[in-house]
Design a protein around this ligand. Structure first.
Ligand SMILES: Cc1cc2nc3c(=O)[nH]c(=O)nc-3n(C[C@H](O)[C@H](O)[C@H](O)COP(=O)(O)O)c2cc1C
Ligand code: SF4
Length: 439
């Protein structure tokens, strides 16, 4: 169901969002009264670390940060005999359209702290970090309060609950760069350098991560699933769907975070978010954030899971579903998306740094009445040259939009070009920009 701010109290139709609207849920006493920290008590007293790993592995939980990698398998990569290893939580959440981690952090911050404690116990981690999006001030305050209370209750710090297990947890706010969400760039930033991706190999985080030590990186939502899996078991978890958060935005009547079984249809998600605006029809949607290939009307009944979306050449990403109705100008949307990635490119490699800029310049001249018939071939050429040539996935974020736009909405590009008029003054910003290929 949609997480609606108007309803106060536990919502039994949800799992991950069950308590986000409970007044005072950020306080440890309310959290405990609602069943919180039961999994930590049980795991530390009745389970060994291998059993915790096995439970998560058996649940087939897949990472919720974008790549959908199986969490249990990722945990098993770590050399648990290594004397020093780290857990880093990716709370950078900056992909346009994604806001589900924020909902969890603001509504139920103790759930993340509990997930971190359980994961650290499973992996033998002594120090964990949360890399938090810099603009998430409220999340910082609420998560900081939850961590402080966990220390006061002996759930963090030395010899947790009287066992041999100790854990310190630090929150590190970022400084507003989207690329810092890419796991190796995040580690650079956490170590105090500019967020630029590292070369893999050798810098696979499981082997050479934070301070060159074995490191597990997981998304906020991924770790919020862990207490539920340990409390109820892997089978129960799968019977629930498994529960998946989708950030649904754009042209729906009730945008917000929707919890639904993984693989629910796109049509169902739109319905759960209140449906389209009255009198409007569905035109397109980004199913997994603005770097996924947009879907169109013929895909309305697709199952929103990793496999079905991959078959369509798109992806699940972080579950950010951006709905666009028939009022949408696709050329403007694609130009805006390309501009975002141009701004956020770290500048390390040419196809991304120059390619995104060229795409923006060509789209802007089309939008401003100076497009040429050859521009569509030029965009195709740019898209091809940016695919498979970039150092990290950010550089390949624009081609999916361009390719789908040119395949499904070519007439909209052509209509702009047909209306081109050399007499219309070109905005100075475009005129003075670096000349683009074909100009
Ligand atoms: C450009 C870029 C930005 C990313 N931003 C985030 C982010 O904000 N949060 C996140 O959890 N993962 C993000 N990821 C994915 C991470 O690199 C990584 O796969 C994820 O944090 C692993 O956690 P998971 O296995 O729990 O999904 C990003 C990836 C790329 C390429
Ligand atoms: S693809 Fe873009 S963001 Fe990634 S390393 Fe290259 S320039 Fe930086």
């Amino acid at each position: 169901m949609t997480q609606s701010p108007g309803t106060l109290g536990p919502d039994p139709t949800n799992v991950l969002l069950r308590h986000v609207n409970v007044p005072g849920q950020h306080d440890i006493d309310t959290y405990v009264a609602n069943g919180g920290y039961a999994a930590v008590h049980r795991a530390l007293k009745e389970m060994n670390p291998d059993e915790v790993v096995a439970a998560v592995d058996g649940s087939q939980l897949r990472g919720r940060g974008g790549a959908g990698f199986p969490t249990g398998r990722k945990w098993k990569f770590i050399n648990r005999n290594a004397p020093v290893k780290y857990l880093v939580v990716n709370a950078d959440e900056s992909e346009p359209g994604t806001f589900k981690d924020r909902t969890l952090l603001e509504g139920d911050p103790n759930l993340l702290v509990e997930g971190i404690i359980l994961t650290s116990y499973a992996l033998g981690v002594r120090n964990a970090f949360v890399y938090l999006r810099g603009e998430y001030y409220d999340c910082h305050r609420l998560l900081g309060g939850a961590i402080r209370q966990a220390y006061e209750r002996g759930l963090l710090g030395e010899r947790i609950l009287g066992t041999d297990f100790s854990l310190d947890l630090v929150v590190h706010p970022g400084a507003g760069a989207y690329i810092a969400g890419e796991e190796t760039a995040l580690l650079e930033s956490l170590e105090g350098r500019r967020a630029m991706p590292r070369l893999k190999p050798p810098y696979f985080p499981a082997v050479m991560g934070l301070y060159n030590k074995p490191t597990v990186l997981n998304n906020v939502e991924t770790l919020c699933c862990v207490p539920w899996i340990l409390n109820h078991g892997a089978e129960w978890w799968m019977q629930q769907g498994p529960p998946q958060l989708y950030s649904v935005s754009g042209h729906v009547q009730n945008p917000g975070v929707v919890e639904a079984p993984l693989g629910t249809t796109l049509r169902d998600l739109i319905d759960r978010a209140g449906g389209l605006r009255p009198g409007r029809t569905f035109k397109a949607c980004y199913p997994g954030g603005s770097s996924s290939r947009p879907l169109v009307a013929e895909h309305i009944d697709v199952a929103m899971n990793h496999e079905s979306l991959a078959k369509l050449g798109s992806m699940m990403g972080s579950g950010a579903v951006i709905i666009m109705d028939d009022t949408t100008d696709m050329v403007k949307v694609i130009a805006r998306v390309a501009e975002f990635y141009m701004e956020e490119s770290c500048g390390k490699c040419t196809p991304c740094r120059e390619g995104t800029r060229w795409v923006v310049q060509v789209l802007e001249r089309i939008l401003h009445g100076h497009g040429r018939p050859s521009d569509l071939d030029l965009l195709t050429h740019l898209s091809k040259n940016m695919t498979g040539t970039c150092f990290c996935p950010l550089g390949e974020s624009v081609p999916p939009s361009l390719n789908a736009g040119l395949a499904h909405f070519r007439n909209e590009f052509e209509a702009y070009i047909a209306r081109s008029n050399a007499a219309v003054p070109m905005p100075v910003r475009i005129k003075e920009s670096v000349p683009v290929a074909g100009s």
